[in-house]
Design a protein around this ligand. Structure first.
Ligand code: SF4
Length: 256
């Protein structure tokens, strides 16, 4: 696969910071977040609001970091052996992701890549953990909804959002090729959404112990309201639950 040749070139990496993984099966581990910019989707969750990283998707900002910056943050934090590669949609940047797999292999770093499943990447070294959060029908923008920067949602935006949504073939290839995965859908508290989450799980033959249900909500206030519902539902149905503790801790602050 393609690689990054120039380590001083500015990449589509918008945020690079040290934090603690607060979602999914690697919860609680210190990590380095590498946030890419650009996404094929345009998620709108009704009362749950727009994509919580809308500055990488609906109104994408430009990247500012180089590969050398990524090396430096690991040199400065030699105790950290994890990477949270998130977005936006990191799989839109195959050369960058591939280069990171080489770096991770050299340094013994576990990469968790957050993906909605739009694209399959056959990286030179398989990725340690695919964190799969497919987007269901409750993510489709509603005509006339106003985006965080004042754009009106139109048919074009809806078409763009649905173009790679639930790309089953690419998702299957992704789960089969890389080392491990977990399924981390966001649940909005409705039966309708839960049916879609479960139908996807069954279709893709994902075991319940690899399923982590995450509450919808992009602010501390909205999230806390969802927690008891998710606790009860997971206890009843046998899924794992994951919170979003960075939002509980820091609310809407970026870079945490
Ligand atoms: S797939 Fe993820 S990053 Fe892209 S718009 Fe949806 S929530 Fe945002």
């Amino acid at each position: 696969m393609k690689r990054i040749e120039d380590y001083d070139k500015v990449l589509p990496v918008l945020e690079l910071y040290r934090c603690v993984q607060s979602e999914g099966s690697r919860f609680g581990r210190p990590t380095i977040a590498v946030r890419t910019t650009g996404c094929t989707h345009r998620c709108f969750f009704g009362e749950g609001g727009w994509c919580d990283s809308w500055y990488t998707s609906i109104h994408p900002e430009k990247g500012t970091f180089t590969f050398n910056d990524i090396i430096k943050i690991y040199d400065d934090n030699p105790h950290i052996k994890e990477m949270m590669l998130t977005g936006g949609s990191p799989t839109m940047h195959p050369a960058l992701v591939n280069e990171l797999t080489h770096f991770a292999n050299e340094r013994d770093i576990i990469i968790t890549i957050e993906t909605e499943g739009s694209h399959f990447l056959d990286t030179d070294y398989p990725i340690s953990l695919i964190s799969l959060s497919p987007k269901f029908s409750n993510s489709i923008p509603v005509l006339g909804a106003i985006t965080p920067q004042g754009k009106v949602a139109d048919e074009r935006m809806i078409k763009q959002h649905n173009k790679f949504r639930l790309n089953y073939e690419k998702i299957r290839q992704t789960l089969d090729y890389h080392k491990d995965y977990h399924y981390k859908p966001v649940w909005d508290g409705t039966d309708e959404n839960l049916k879609e989450i479960e139908a996807f799980r069954v279709k893709m033959e994902i075991p319940k112990d690899k399923t982590y249900i995450m509450p919808a909500g992009d602010t501390r206030e909205t999230l806390i309201k969802m927690y008891p519902l998710v606790f009860e539902m997971c206890a009843e149905k046998g899924y794992n639950m994951t919170g979003r503790d960075h939002i509980i801790a820091f609310d809407t602050e970026r870079g945490v």
